[in-house]
Design a protein around this ligand. Structure first.
Ligand SMILES: C[S@@+](CC[C@H](N)C(=O)[O-])C[C@H]1O[C@@H](n2cnc3c(N)ncnc32)[C@H](O)[C@@H]1O
Ligand code: SF4
Length: 392
């Protein structure tokens, strides 16, 4: 097998509880029936990390953590003291890079916002606030438990306490939403001047309430107008789109997400979390942890059966598709060297498919990089499928 230099290493931590389940959400989150077993879950997370470190011998070739993302669910249900214990526990096990980015997702409710300062003291450098909309009626349709003024206050607070960065999550294409309403949401978000704005189009996912009782969504023409006009507004306000739904002021891209899309490595701890780890001997291993909180917590202190629910190697033939599926989400050019470094493969493996993509006008190729063209973006599924065929 070819030798590899493992890429940046990040860490994802999953918190699987919410106050209630939103009707559009298919994330691994469970409505809280009781209080969170906070202390026990944090113990389990750290034990889960210990077991990854041992199983994959991460101390043999130590890599300091590039970023941490505490996602959910609703991580802001965990107290600042809990986050402090979690982060210092992680740091005691794996070194942090000096400029590490530590993001935490938070709901904008007043109680959560009051905790922002405590999270910052605990080491969080970036908070991602789930605003979704500023319209009371839309928030209600989305089953959100915060009001529009709470979202405004949370964003202002994130500025005041001087976090390195913060993000607002906003969705568009909402039930019965007009183009004007979607743009008004965006204008209000821009007004708050967040360094980063994630602007997602609502998708109806299987296993959600919206899937079984579909709401009326804007038609394709309206969705197109929302995207075109919204993109213009964001660009005029100084935001640069760097990913399908990711906009940031220059220098404020989310380092954690960039590492995913650049096919970097990440450990995943907590219910249902996914990991990807590369080894100097050329292996790439993917991991998934036990999904349900009950099963996950039952694994606690049972070291004969750690928290894994799946573990498999990524075969050579699967790597081009996996690499480009992530990489082509990004709008930046892709250095060819990144393909070699993170897949452990030589360029000639993909040369025939790449030549086909260049001929079709999907890719512009230079000596050192590839860039997806406007046509390639429109036919992204075809383009990716070509790399998948190659793996069969
Ligand atoms: C991990 S989720 C949830 C974070 C946090 N619990 C919240 O809801 O604010 C991250 C973001 O994905 C977006 N999202 C979730 N479900 C979606 C869907 N079905 N379609 C589009 N965006 C979605 C929302 O903007 C959400 O804030
Ligand atoms: S709060 Fe976030 S994670 Fe929880 S159910 Fe709603 S969208 Fe999903």
């Amino acid at each position: 097998m070819t030798k590899m230099t493992p890429p940046n290493l990040s860490l994802y931590v999953h918190i699987p509880w919410c106050v209630q389940k939103c009707p559009y959400c298919d994330f691994n989150s469970h409505a809280l029936k009781d209080t969170i077993p906070e202390a026990q879950y944090i113990d389990a997370l750290l034990e889960d990390l210990d077991s990854d470190i041992e199983r994959y011998q991460l101390n043999a070739n130590p890599r300091p953590l590039h970023s941490i993302f505490i996602g959910g669910g609703t991580p802001s249900l965990i107290s600042p003291q809990g986050i402090e214990r979690l982060l210092s526990g992680i740091r005691a096990r794996i070194a942090f890079k000096d400029d590490i980015e530590i993001t935490m997702e938070a709901n904008p409710g007043t109680i959560e916002a009051e905790r922002f300062g405590g999270y910052q003291v605990a080491g969080v450098t970036r908070i991602s606030i789930g605003v979704q909309s500023f319209a009371a009626e839309k928030l209600q349709r989305l089953g959100r438990i915060h009001g529009e003024q709470e979202a405004v206050n949370a964003a202002k607070l994130a500025h005041t306490i001087g976090l390195n960065s913060f993000n607002l999550d906003l969705m568009h294409g909402l039930p019965d939403q007009s183009v004007q309403e979607a743009l008004s949401d965006l204008e209000q978000a821009i007004e708050l001047n967040p360094p980063h704005l994630s602007w997602y189009q609502l998708t109806i996912e299987p296993n959600t309430l919206f899937y079984s009782k579909p709401p009326v969504l804007p038609d394709d023409d309206a969705l197109w107008d929302i995207f075109e006009l919204g993109h213009q507004k964001l660009t005029q306000a100084g935001y640069v789109q760097y990913e399908i739904s990711g906009y940031s002021k220059p220098g404020y891209q989310c380092q954690h997400n960039l590492n995913y899309w650049r096919f970097g490595d990440y450990l995943g701890i907590g219910c249902g979390s996914a990991g990807k780890i590369s080894f100097v001997d050329g292996r790439i291993v993917r991991t998934t942890k036990i999904k349900h909180p009950k099963g996950y917590l039952a694994a606690y202190q049972n070291l004969t059966k750690p928290y894994l629910s799946d573990e498999h190697q990524v075969e050579h033939k699967e790597r081009p598709f996996e690499f480009f599926m992530n990489r082509f989400r990004l709008l930046e050019a892709c250095p060819k060297q990144d393909f070699i470094d993170t897949t452990g493969l030589a360029l000639d493996v993909i040369a025939p498919t790449m030549n086909w993509a260049v001929e079709k006008g999907y890719i512009d190729e230079s000596v050192t990089s590839w860039q997806v063209t406007e046509k390639g973006k429109l036919f992204l599924n075809d383009l990716l499928a070509a790399f998948m065929d190659e793996s069969e």
